[in-house]
Design a binder for this molecule. Structure first.
Ligand code: WTA
Length: 670
């Protein structure tokens, strides 16, 4: 944890800590609950939590049987340990995720809306019932089979936020193919890396995407990914017609979704999957340059998705959840697709941005579709708060739960969310979790755990958080303490491995502090045992809720021929949470600085994607290095944050005079 974040935490909590652990009735709000909340009192959470950690097998076996439909019951609820590095759940059990998310609701409530689609400009009005979803998922499942996809194969999904993205995930799950969604903001190079690593057989994409009034040539990116560099194992590309523009076509490889789907009947039986079969892999950034394919399994992941939807969000079948996350990230996987659909809830697929055509877009959607649950990253809230409260002109009467995800939410944003968006009438839940955890791990249960603005509060069932001394790995006991955050017990939706690199999985998560799952985040436990997340302690940074690795950006920049050395740091930013700042030393003497920085920005856009582009690039004579050659990023961070008087001891640097030169570059008026 950086000193900054610790200070911010300390001052935020000193102001806001209060006696909070009293019983809070679930219907504390002025707004009556439309049905019966799943829990009513804090002591119910406490009792369930105690059971969940004392007798995890009993606890989770009951919940897994209650929440999911199993084709074959499981015999062993949990096997393996964090220590041994092999964790499995619900062994012997068989189930199909698409059956759980589609068929069982299509049978009971065929006409109920499963998906509400809000197109980018709001002109396409389309919703999909559970009955229709079953038909579309089945047809696509046939198409994938016809394209040669078999159980266990990986299928890449590179789609904008349209209902077909949800259909594609579920069709893979139906036939036992492992989906690997690549966020459509990634460049062709990043896409190719992921296709290669996952050995994907088919790519599902669209002709073009629409976002914020702009058109994005998605198929074009896929063509580039497949057409240049190392050849992939992709044999087929399925293209959804979103805009109808003419796109280049590779005969024999490319097929139109609509033409293929209409060939097939509207029902295909779901494949029986073993609980521990992989459901998907999803690439995320870590401390090294190479992204890792996080693997989630069928049974445990779905139990986590359903259980957190039920208890953290207090979801009921009549609810309508609008999660603003993209299906290219874990938030979209779990809370646009699997959690709501598994619980038979209506989910919103929103193609656009919060500010197009104007900053009232979210509020308009919430109002128009009688949304009960809204879930978004603080970065969007910061932007919308700044846009002004006049935009929040819609009554949004049905809203009950407001969720926050992906980065710390500052207390003033939390209060604005609660008071202005929620009109003091909704539960705000700040949910802490990760791609690797699959579903929420520390979060207030809506209406049950009284929130503290800025705190993720208390652990979800089955999660035993501990704080460790980062150096010694010793447990930090008691309250009012801080340390690195780790978990002591396995939980059903935890990632099982990194695709094709189990050793890296062990080394990243389970061997750092033996016997614990290491989150990579620092945290503080306040005087009541509530958790406040402080931010990453590794080289991962969080820009607008996107998880990026500084090492990955550094290696993109280092590819430029003029670059000698590079260091990337995350700097706190009012709007985006953190911003990418890069420091570059060049090989030549007389570079055209402006032209070079432009090229370097382009280089990152091309190699990773536009969302990773540095906000600032400083071309400096040399980087601050120790005598052993280690780059002192801490010094760079302090200089750009205006803390030049707090650099600490710089005499250990190989050349302490570089510091003054860097300060000059940073402070030079642009
Ligand atoms: C951060 C996103 C503070 C954290 C679901 C974590 C948060 C990383 C919160 C995972 C929160 C997520 N408060 N920080 N409520 N939620 N984070 O994998 O640093 O994209 O390790 O998953 O986001 O990012 P990822």
């Amino acid at each position: 944890m950086t000193a900054n974040s610790v200070n911010a935490l300390a001052s935020a909590s000193a102001e806001l800590d209060g006696p909070r652990r009293q019983d809070a009735p679930g219907d504390l709000l002025a707004k009556p609950h439309p049905s019966k909340p799943h829990l009513r009192y804090f002591h119910e959470y406490e009792a369930m939590y105690k059971r969940s950690v004392a007798q995890p097998s009993q606890f989770w076996s009951a919940l897994a049987r209650e929440l999911l439909s199993w084709d074959r019951d499981f015999q062993t609820t949990q096997y393996g340990t964090l220590e041994s590095g092999t964790v499995s759940w619900f062994l012997g059990g068989e189930l199909n995720v698409s059956y759980n998310c589609v068929d069982r609701h299509a049978i009971k409530t065929p006409d109920k809306t499963a998906i509400i689609y809000e197109s980018d400009d709001g002109t396409i009005n389309r919703s999909i019932t559970y009955h229709e979803l079953l038909r579309e998922v089945s047809r696509l499942a046939y198409v994938l089979k016809d394209m040669g996809v078999r159980k266990g194969d990986t299928v890449a999904i590179y789609l904008p936020m349209i209902p077909e993205a949800v259909i594609a995930l579920l069709a893979c799950a139906r036939i036992g193919a492992v989906h690997s969604v690549v966020f459509a903001g990634f460049s062709s190079e990043s896409l190719r890396d992921r296709l290669l690593d996952a050995n994907s057989k088919v790519v599902i994409t669209a002709d073009e995407g629409k976002r914020g009034g702009k058109t994005i040539g998605i198929k074009n990116t896929v063509d580039q990914a497949l057409g240049s560099g190392q050849s992939t194992s992709v044999t087929g590309v399925l293209v959804y017609k979103r805009t109808g523009t003419e796109v280049p076509w590779v005969p024999g490889r490319d097929r139109w979704w609509h033409q293929e789907a209409e060939k097939w009947p509207s029902y295909i039986a779901p494949e029986r999957m073993a609980s521990e079969d992989p459901l998907f892999l999803l690439y995320t950034s870590g401390s090294t340059g190479k992204p890792k394919g996080i693997v989630h399994t069928v049974g445990g992941y779905l139990v986590g998705a359903a259980a957190t939807g039920k208890y953290v969000f207090d979801l009921h079948p009549e609810d309508r959840l609008f999660c603003g996350g993209d299906v290219g990230w874990i938030t979209g996987h779990t809370y646009v697709v699997y959690s709501p659909l598994c619980l038979g809830v209506t989910t919103v697929v929103f193609e656009g941005t919060p500010v197009f055509p104007d900053p009232s877009r979210y509020w308009e959607i919430i109002d128009k579709h009688a949304i009960t649950h809204f879930y978004v990253a603080p970065t969007a809230l910061r932007l919308l708060k700044r846009a002004g409260d006049d935009h929040i002109k819609y009554p949004m009467r049905n809203l009950r739960v407001l969720g926050s995800v992906g980065e710390p939410i500052a207390p003033e944003i939390w209060k604005w969310y609660h008071d202005i968006v929620g009109r003091g009438n909704c539960h705000v839940v700040d949910t802490y979790w990760q791609t690797e955890t699959g579903s929420h791990v520390i979060a207030p249960l809506a209406g049950i755990i009284s929130p503290k603005p800025g705190a993720a509060t208390l652990p979800f069932f089955g999660i035993e958080p501990v704080l460790l001394d980062s150096q010694t790995g010793e447990l930090v006991q008691g309250n009012n303490v801080e340390g690195v955050l780790a978990f002591k017990q396995p939980w059903p939706s935890m990632a099982r491995t990194i695709w094709g690199d189990h050793k890296r999985y062990l080394d990243t998560y389970l061997n750092v502090y033996k016997g614990y799952y290491f989150t990579g985040d620092g945290a503080r436990r306040d005087h009541e045992g509530f958790y406040w997340i402080g931010g990453r302690v590794d080289d991962v940074i969080n820009v607008s809720g996107h998880r990026l690795s500084t090492a990955e950006i550094e290696s993109a920049l280092a590819e430029h021929s003029a670059v000698a050395e590079v260091a990337v740091v995350g700097i706190s930013d009012d709007l985006t949470g953190q911003a990418v700042n890069a420091f570059v030393s060049t090989k030549g003497q007389e570079e055209q600085i402006d032209a070079l920085t432009r090229e370097l920005v382009l280089q990152v856009r091309r190699t990773i994607g536009p969302f990773a582009a540095p906000q600032k690039i400083f071309v400096i004579p040399d980087l601050p290095k120790t005598r052993s050659g280690k780059i002192m990023r801490r010094i760079l961070r302090k200089i750009v944050s205006g803390e030049q008087d707090q650099l600490g001891d710089i005499t250990t640097l190989l050349d302490p005079s570089v510091v003054g030169k860097i300060i000059d570059v940073v402070n030079k008026p642009l």
